[in-house]
Design a protein around this ligand. Structure first.
Ligand SMILES: [Zn+2]
Length: 65
């Protein structure tokens, strides 16, 4: 089990719209940038909200495969 599969409790998953994304992020799935203004998936472990991360939609769907 890893952090995204419940190690820190249920993970809240939200889809950020392009207009909501005002900074650049690095996707933990592929280690590439998610430029500001790009829609992404944000994941927030309930018990460790500081570990929230932004992913490309496809990277989140494909994680762990
Ligand atoms: Zn990615």
């Amino acid at each position: 089990m890893d952090i995204w599969d419940g190690l820190y409790g249920p993970v809240e998953v939200r889809r950020m719209q392009p207009y909501e994304t005002v900074k650049d992020y690095v996707c933990p799935g592929c280690n590439r940038d998610i430029p500001a203004g790009t829609g992404n998936t944000v994941t927030i472990p309930r018990d460790a909200p500081d570990l929230r991360r932004h992913w490309h939609h496809v990277c989140w769907q494909r994680r762990g495969r």
